[in-house]
Design a protein around this ligand. Structure first.
Ligand code: BT5
Length: 273
Protein backbone atom coordinates (compact mmCIF):
# COMPACT_ATOMS: atom_id res chain seq x y z
CA UNK A 1 0.00 0.00 0.00
CA UNK A 2 1.54 3.39 -0.96
CA UNK A 3 2.33 5.75 1.94
CA UNK A 4 -0.07 8.69 2.39
CA UNK A 5 0.85 11.77 0.41
CA UNK A 6 2.63 14.47 2.37
CA UNK A 7 1.86 18.17 2.23
CA UNK A 8 3.64 20.00 -0.57
CA UNK A 9 3.81 23.16 1.50
CA UNK A 10 3.20 24.30 5.03
CA UNK A 11 -0.38 25.29 5.68
CA UNK A 12 -1.22 28.07 8.07
CA UNK A 13 -2.74 29.05 10.44
CA UNK A 14 -4.14 25.55 10.99
CA UNK A 15 -1.10 23.29 11.48
CA UNK A 16 -0.69 19.54 11.87
CA UNK A 17 -1.63 18.49 15.37
CA UNK A 18 -3.02 21.92 16.37
CA UNK A 19 -3.74 21.40 20.09
CA UNK A 20 -6.67 23.80 19.92
CA UNK A 21 -8.66 21.57 17.62
CA UNK A 22 -10.86 18.78 19.02
CA UNK A 23 -9.39 16.41 16.39
CA UNK A 24 -5.88 15.34 15.41
CA UNK A 25 -5.38 17.29 12.19
CA UNK A 26 -3.28 16.19 9.22
CA UNK A 27 -3.15 18.95 6.62
CA UNK A 28 -2.28 18.66 2.94
CA UNK A 29 -1.92 21.09 0.12
CA UNK A 30 -3.29 18.75 -2.56
CA UNK A 31 -4.59 15.17 -2.47
CA UNK A 32 -6.63 12.97 -4.79
CA UNK A 33 -9.43 12.72 -2.21
CA UNK A 34 -9.30 13.29 1.54
CA UNK A 35 -11.52 10.21 1.95
CA UNK A 36 -9.05 8.10 -0.04
CA UNK A 37 -6.13 9.42 2.03
CA UNK A 38 -8.10 8.77 5.23
CA UNK A 39 -8.78 5.21 4.06
CA UNK A 40 -5.05 4.62 3.56
CA UNK A 41 -4.40 6.04 7.03
CA UNK A 42 -7.01 3.68 8.50
CA UNK A 43 -5.02 0.81 6.98
CA UNK A 44 -1.99 2.27 8.79
CA UNK A 45 -3.88 2.24 12.10
CA UNK A 46 -4.71 5.96 12.28
CA UNK A 47 -6.39 6.70 15.57
CA UNK A 48 -9.98 7.67 16.30
CA UNK A 49 -10.67 11.38 15.62
CA UNK A 50 -7.91 11.86 13.05
CA UNK A 51 -8.93 14.59 10.62
CA UNK A 52 -7.54 14.81 7.09
CA UNK A 53 -7.83 18.25 5.47
CA UNK A 54 -6.68 19.45 2.06
CA UNK A 55 -6.72 22.74 0.20
CA UNK A 56 -7.78 21.02 -3.02
CA UNK A 57 -8.63 17.60 -4.37
CA UNK A 58 -7.80 16.23 -7.80
CA UNK A 59 -10.29 13.34 -7.57
CA UNK A 60 -12.93 14.40 -5.04
CA UNK A 61 -15.70 11.83 -4.77
CA UNK A 62 -19.42 11.85 -4.08
CA UNK A 63 -21.65 8.81 -3.62
CA UNK A 64 -21.87 6.17 -6.37
CA UNK A 65 -18.48 7.24 -7.79
CA UNK A 66 -19.80 10.69 -8.68
CA UNK A 67 -17.33 13.56 -8.88
CA UNK A 68 -17.07 16.23 -6.19
CA UNK A 69 -15.75 19.39 -7.85
CA UNK A 70 -12.89 20.51 -5.62
CA UNK A 71 -11.01 23.69 -6.54
CA UNK A 72 -8.81 25.66 -4.13
CA UNK A 73 -10.83 27.97 -1.88
CA UNK A 74 -13.40 25.42 -0.68
CA UNK A 75 -13.27 23.01 2.26
CA UNK A 76 -12.40 19.31 1.97
CA UNK A 77 -12.04 17.24 5.12
CA UNK A 78 -12.43 13.62 6.23
CA UNK A 79 -12.75 12.56 9.85
CA UNK A 80 -11.68 9.07 10.89
CA UNK A 81 -13.83 7.63 13.66
CA UNK A 82 -13.72 4.27 15.40
CA UNK A 83 -17.03 4.31 17.31
CA UNK A 84 -17.89 1.42 19.59
CA UNK A 85 -21.28 0.81 18.00
CA UNK A 86 -22.87 -1.82 15.76
CA UNK A 87 -22.19 -1.30 12.05
CA UNK A 88 -25.80 -0.40 11.24
CA UNK A 89 -25.75 2.39 13.83
CA UNK A 90 -22.89 4.13 12.02
CA UNK A 91 -25.24 5.45 9.33
CA UNK A 92 -26.30 7.97 11.97
CA UNK A 93 -22.98 9.72 11.36
CA UNK A 94 -24.19 11.11 8.03
CA UNK A 95 -26.91 12.97 9.94
CA UNK A 96 -24.56 13.96 12.79
CA UNK A 97 -22.26 15.49 10.18
CA UNK A 98 -25.09 17.14 8.23
CA UNK A 99 -26.38 18.91 11.34
CA UNK A 100 -22.85 19.97 12.29
CA UNK A 101 -22.23 21.32 8.79
CA UNK A 102 -25.57 23.17 8.90
CA UNK A 103 -24.55 24.63 12.29
CA UNK A 104 -21.19 25.75 10.88
CA UNK A 105 -22.70 27.23 7.71
CA UNK A 106 -25.29 29.10 9.82
CA UNK A 107 -22.57 30.39 12.12
CA UNK A 108 -20.55 31.74 9.20
CA UNK A 109 -23.61 33.23 7.48
CA UNK A 110 -25.45 34.49 10.57
CA UNK A 111 -23.92 37.91 10.42
CA UNK A 112 -25.88 40.90 9.28
CA UNK A 113 -27.71 39.42 6.32
CA UNK A 114 -30.93 41.32 5.85
CA UNK A 115 -32.97 38.41 4.52
CA UNK A 116 -31.12 35.21 5.37
CA UNK A 117 -31.77 32.20 3.15
CA UNK A 118 -32.58 29.20 5.35
CA UNK A 119 -29.91 26.57 6.00
CA UNK A 120 -31.46 23.12 5.64
CA UNK A 121 -30.52 19.44 5.66
CA UNK A 122 -31.58 17.48 2.59
CA UNK A 123 -31.84 13.71 2.85
CA UNK A 124 -29.60 11.90 3.05
CA UNK A 125 -26.26 13.74 2.86
CA UNK A 126 -26.61 17.34 1.71
CA UNK A 127 -26.80 20.79 3.26
CA UNK A 128 -28.67 23.48 1.34
CA UNK A 129 -28.84 27.24 1.61
CA UNK A 130 -31.91 28.76 0.01
CA UNK A 131 -32.63 25.41 -1.69
CA UNK A 132 -29.15 25.12 -3.25
CA UNK A 133 -26.48 22.62 -2.31
CA UNK A 134 -23.62 24.13 -0.35
CA UNK A 135 -22.18 20.94 1.15
CA UNK A 136 -22.13 17.19 0.71
CA UNK A 137 -21.15 14.32 2.99
CA UNK A 138 -19.63 11.00 2.00
CA UNK A 139 -19.68 8.26 4.63
CA UNK A 140 -17.48 5.21 4.13
CA UNK A 141 -16.88 2.39 6.60
CA UNK A 142 -15.27 -1.00 7.05
CA UNK A 143 -16.26 -3.96 9.17
CA UNK A 144 -14.17 -6.89 10.39
CA UNK A 145 -14.83 -10.49 9.30
CA UNK A 146 -16.93 -11.01 12.44
CA UNK A 147 -19.12 -7.98 11.57
CA UNK A 148 -17.57 -5.49 13.99
CA UNK A 149 -17.29 -1.89 12.86
CA UNK A 150 -13.61 -1.14 12.24
CA UNK A 151 -13.65 2.47 11.10
CA UNK A 152 -15.90 5.13 9.64
CA UNK A 153 -14.74 8.02 7.48
CA UNK A 154 -16.94 11.09 7.43
CA UNK A 155 -16.00 13.09 4.33
CA UNK A 156 -17.24 16.67 4.16
CA UNK A 157 -17.08 19.15 1.30
CA UNK A 158 -18.27 22.73 1.82
CA UNK A 159 -18.33 25.31 -0.98
CA UNK A 160 -16.69 28.34 0.60
CA UNK A 161 -15.43 30.59 -2.21
CA UNK A 162 -17.07 29.06 -5.29
CA UNK A 163 -19.61 26.55 -6.55
CA UNK A 164 -20.01 24.64 -9.80
CA UNK A 165 -22.30 25.94 -12.56
CA UNK A 166 -25.67 24.26 -13.26
CA UNK A 167 -24.24 22.34 -16.21
CA UNK A 168 -22.00 20.35 -13.83
CA UNK A 169 -24.42 19.38 -11.08
CA UNK A 170 -27.65 17.41 -10.70
CA UNK A 171 -28.90 19.79 -8.00
CA UNK A 172 -28.42 23.58 -8.03
CA UNK A 173 -25.33 24.61 -6.06
CA UNK A 174 -24.21 27.59 -4.01
CA UNK A 175 -21.30 28.71 -1.80
CA UNK A 176 -20.75 30.76 1.33
CA UNK A 177 -19.42 33.60 -0.85
CA UNK A 178 -22.48 33.49 -3.13
CA UNK A 179 -24.72 33.62 -0.05
CA UNK A 180 -23.10 36.84 1.09
CA UNK A 181 -20.62 35.58 3.68
CA UNK A 182 -17.68 37.88 4.29
CA UNK A 183 -14.46 36.66 2.63
CA UNK A 184 -13.37 33.72 4.74
CA UNK A 185 -10.53 31.25 4.39
CA UNK A 186 -11.36 27.52 4.32
CA UNK A 187 -9.22 26.96 7.43
CA UNK A 188 -11.43 29.38 9.39
CA UNK A 189 -14.52 27.46 8.27
CA UNK A 190 -12.70 24.26 9.24
CA UNK A 191 -12.19 25.50 12.78
CA UNK A 192 -15.88 26.36 13.12
CA UNK A 193 -16.84 23.02 11.60
CA UNK A 194 -14.57 21.09 13.99
CA UNK A 195 -16.21 22.62 17.05
CA UNK A 196 -19.73 21.97 15.76
CA UNK A 197 -18.81 18.43 14.79
CA UNK A 198 -17.40 17.81 18.24
CA UNK A 199 -20.64 19.12 19.81
CA UNK A 200 -22.88 17.01 17.55
CA UNK A 201 -20.78 13.87 18.10
CA UNK A 202 -21.22 14.38 21.82
CA UNK A 203 -24.97 14.81 21.32
CA UNK A 204 -25.08 11.49 19.45
CA UNK A 205 -22.94 9.74 22.10
CA UNK A 206 -25.18 11.03 24.91
CA UNK A 207 -28.61 10.99 23.29
CA UNK A 208 -28.26 8.35 20.59
CA UNK A 209 -29.80 8.65 17.15
CA UNK A 210 -33.05 10.01 18.61
CA UNK A 211 -31.26 13.23 19.60
CA UNK A 212 -29.51 13.53 16.24
CA UNK A 213 -32.69 12.78 14.35
CA UNK A 214 -34.59 15.50 16.23
CA UNK A 215 -31.85 18.02 15.42
CA UNK A 216 -31.82 16.96 11.76
CA UNK A 217 -35.64 17.11 11.50
CA UNK A 218 -35.61 20.63 12.92
CA UNK A 219 -33.53 21.59 9.88
CA UNK A 220 -35.11 19.23 7.32
CA UNK A 221 -35.65 20.56 3.80
CA UNK A 222 -39.20 20.13 2.44
CA UNK A 223 -40.57 18.37 5.54
CA UNK A 224 -44.36 17.97 5.08
CA UNK A 225 -44.08 18.92 1.40
CA UNK A 226 -44.29 16.89 -1.81
CA UNK A 227 -40.97 15.45 -2.99
CA UNK A 228 -39.79 13.01 -5.65
CA UNK A 229 -37.06 10.47 -4.90
CA UNK A 230 -34.88 8.74 -7.47
CA UNK A 231 -34.20 5.20 -6.24
CA UNK A 232 -33.09 3.82 -9.59
CA UNK A 233 -36.44 3.24 -11.30
CA UNK A 234 -39.39 5.60 -11.73
CA UNK A 235 -39.27 8.44 -9.15
CA UNK A 236 -41.15 7.75 -5.91
CA UNK A 237 -43.48 10.69 -5.23
CA UNK A 238 -45.26 11.70 -2.04
CA UNK A 239 -45.15 13.91 1.01
CA UNK A 240 -41.88 13.87 2.99
CA UNK A 241 -42.77 12.76 6.53
CA UNK A 242 -39.26 12.62 8.06
CA UNK A 243 -36.66 10.04 9.09
CA UNK A 244 -37.39 6.67 10.64
CA UNK A 245 -35.34 5.32 13.56
CA UNK A 246 -32.69 3.99 11.12
CA UNK A 247 -32.35 7.19 9.09
CA UNK A 248 -34.49 5.97 6.17
CA UNK A 249 -36.65 8.59 4.43
CA UNK A 250 -40.36 8.24 5.16
CA UNK A 251 -42.61 9.25 2.28
CA UNK A 252 -46.39 9.14 2.13
CA UNK A 253 -47.84 8.61 -1.33
CA UNK A 254 -51.23 7.67 -2.73
CA UNK A 255 -50.41 4.02 -2.10
CA UNK A 256 -49.42 4.52 1.56
CA UNK A 257 -46.25 5.13 3.56
CA UNK A 258 -42.87 3.90 2.24
CA UNK A 259 -39.40 3.88 3.72
CA UNK A 260 -36.46 4.54 1.41
CA UNK A 261 -32.96 3.75 2.61
CA UNK A 262 -30.96 4.83 -0.49
CA UNK A 263 -31.66 7.35 -3.24
CA UNK A 264 -31.62 11.01 -4.23
CA UNK A 265 -34.32 13.58 -3.58
CA UNK A 266 -34.77 15.22 -6.96
CA UNK A 267 -34.71 18.97 -7.53
CA UNK A 268 -38.11 20.60 -8.01
CA UNK A 269 -38.82 21.18 -11.72
CA UNK A 270 -39.27 24.88 -11.01
CA UNK A 271 -35.89 25.29 -9.26
CA UNK A 272 -33.33 27.19 -11.29
CA UNK A 273 -29.63 27.69 -10.63
C1 BT5 B 1 -21.99 14.12 -2.07
O1 BT5 B 1 -22.26 13.12 -2.94
O2 BT5 B 1 -22.61 15.15 -1.96
C2 BT5 B 1 -20.79 13.86 -1.18
C3 BT5 B 1 -19.69 14.85 -1.39
C4 BT5 B 1 -18.56 14.62 -0.42
C5 BT5 B 1 -17.37 15.45 -0.77
C6 BT5 B 1 -16.30 15.35 0.29
S1 BT5 B 1 -14.99 16.48 0.01
C7 BT5 B 1 -14.05 15.71 1.23
C8 BT5 B 1 -14.26 14.23 1.06
N1 BT5 B 1 -13.35 13.68 0.08
C9 BT5 B 1 -13.98 13.23 -1.02
O3 BT5 B 1 -13.45 12.75 -2.04
N2 BT5 B 1 -15.32 13.38 -0.85
C10 BT5 B 1 -15.63 13.98 0.43
P1 BT5 B 1 -23.55 13.05 -3.85
O4 BT5 B 1 -24.77 13.21 -3.01
O5 BT5 B 1 -23.39 11.80 -4.63
O6 BT5 B 1 -23.45 14.32 -4.77
C11 BT5 B 1 -22.54 14.37 -5.84
C12 BT5 B 1 -23.13 15.30 -6.87
O7 BT5 B 1 -23.09 16.64 -6.38
C13 BT5 B 1 -22.36 15.34 -8.18
O8 BT5 B 1 -22.78 14.31 -9.05
C14 BT5 B 1 -22.72 16.72 -8.72
O9 BT5 B 1 -24.01 16.71 -9.33
C15 BT5 B 1 -22.84 17.54 -7.44
N3 BT5 B 1 -21.60 18.26 -7.10
C16 BT5 B 1 -20.32 17.98 -7.42
N4 BT5 B 1 -19.48 18.86 -6.88
C17 BT5 B 1 -20.24 19.77 -6.23
C18 BT5 B 1 -19.95 20.91 -5.48
N5 BT5 B 1 -18.70 21.34 -5.23
N6 BT5 B 1 -21.00 21.60 -4.95
C19 BT5 B 1 -22.28 21.20 -5.14
N7 BT5 B 1 -22.62 20.12 -5.85
C20 BT5 B 1 -21.60 19.39 -6.38
Amino acid sequence: MPPPQRPRETVAPVADGDPLLPFQLIAYDEVDSTNTVAKRLCGAEASDRTLVWARRQTAGRGRLQRTWISPTGNLYASLILRPQVAAREATALTFVAAVAVADAVSAVLADDRADPAPVRCKWPNDVLVGGRKIAGILLESATTADGRLEWVIVGIGINVASHPPPSQTIYPATSLAAEGAPAIAPEAVLETLCRRLDDRLRQWADGGFAATRAAWMARAHDLGRPIAVDCGGAPVCGVFRGLDEDGALVIEGDDGVRRISAGDVLPKPTTTN
